[in-house]
Structures are given as structure tokens and as C-alpha cells.
Design a protein around this ligand. Sequence first.
Ligand code: BGC
Length: 254
Amino acid sequence: MSEADRVMGIDIGGTGVKAALVDTASGELATERVRQPTPQPATPAAVMETIKELRRQLQWRGAVGCGFPGLVKSGRVQRAPNLDPSWIGYDLAGRLETELNAPSVAIGNDADAAGLAEFEFGAGKGVAGTVLVVTLGTGIGSAVFRDGVLLPDTELGHLEMRGKAAEKRAAASIRTSKRLSWKKWGKRLNDYLVHVEYLLGVDLFILGGGVSKRPERFFPHLKDVGCRVEAARLGNGAGIIGAAMFPSRRSTRP
Ligand code: BGC
């Protein structure tokens, strides 16, 4: 493993902030994964302190890639549906550069990060056609690929279904907060995937997030989906691995 390929990947989530050093050439974690609960309220200053703590734990001074659970344009947060409203307009890339004094910092959407990792090292490797990586967690994240090329910043978790954003019905967090059975939640997810498949002509869905570790619980309920559905191979680690890929594969400064 070359030292030059090492990047700290950070995955900011609604319940936890996770990080590890990643060997971006192999897609493997070069250290253990460190995690802190997302501070409540999840303000930018509080989350920045959490990130600094994670970096201290990893004893890292090199390049950093960060996946954010919302829309980020040119390094600035435009939307953050599952975090504190004070994130809107926050210069995340600029603040990370200053606070961490890192040689390079790149940020992007968390689901895009997971998608990039799955495409390079996981279930999407070499797959042509229209592939949608869907992350199921606090919200629903989407990463759309056509012949392996990412269309960044899609927000298909906010597609309206039955009068509300799909993620308010079918995110993994809704299963627990509403105490839905796997069957009941699986049917909601089925309806969502059928809708998206219809709109985009999807060839393959790759389902990520913590629940991807237990596909046997809900895959049997995805009966009406007319295309292939697979569980993410990198599981919850995809967000960290893909975030670490941002500095080399994607510029946040157009
Ligand atoms: C956000 C997305 C994010 C997803 C998963 C949604 O609420 O709008 O940008 O990817 O949650 O965190």
C-alpha cells in the first residue's frame, strides 16, 4: 500500500459520524473505523468538533474526503434535511481546510460517496446501463450511474409518494421509529423502488446502508421490482470509502 493513496474518509450521518483511513487504490480500510454519535443539535460547530476528535483518534494530518447528508455545491451546503437548519450556506470545504489544516479536502453527497465506492470496489463493478445506488438510513440517498458514470447530487429520496417525501415513508429509520415489521417496511420500499424504476428505466438497484447487512429480512418483499436488486457489498463502510475517493476523483471547486 502506498502512503500517497491514503486518505481519511469521513461519513457524516444523522445518527453517527464515522471515519477511517482508506487505501484508495484497493478500497480497503487502512485503520479501524472510528465513530462518534452525531451531536444534538447537529450544528456545524458541534459536528466540526466531532470531526476534529475523530481525526485526533486516527492521528492524521493528510488529505481528507467528506460525505455530507445533503446537497453541497462548490463546497457550500445548500440543503441538509436531517441536520440542523443552520447548515444552510455553511462553507463546509473552507471550514474543513482551516480547522483541519489538511493538504487537500474534498466533499460531496454521502450517497454519491457510497455509490462511487460500490462502483469501484463493490456490487457495481463493471456493470453497464442505469444503476441506482440507494442508501437506506436516517433518510434515503441516491446515486445514479449510467454506464459507470455518476450523475451527482440527485435527491431521489425526496420524490413525493402518497403526499410526502419517500424517505419519510421508507427510510430505514422509519421502520424503527414507527415500529414497522420488516414485511410492512419492505412493501413500502417495494413501492418506492417500483416508482423509481418506472421513472428512470433502472437496470440494477444496489441497496446500501446498515440494513444491507440483513437482505434476507426484506428482499423477499421487493416482489414487484422488475429489475435486478442487490445488496451493497461494502455495507456501511461504503460511505467512508467513497468519501476518501473524493479528493482524487472529484473536485469541489469547479
Ligand atoms: C438527503 C440526501 C442524503 C440522504 C442520505 C437525504 O435526506 O437529502 O442528500 O444523501 O438523506 O443521507
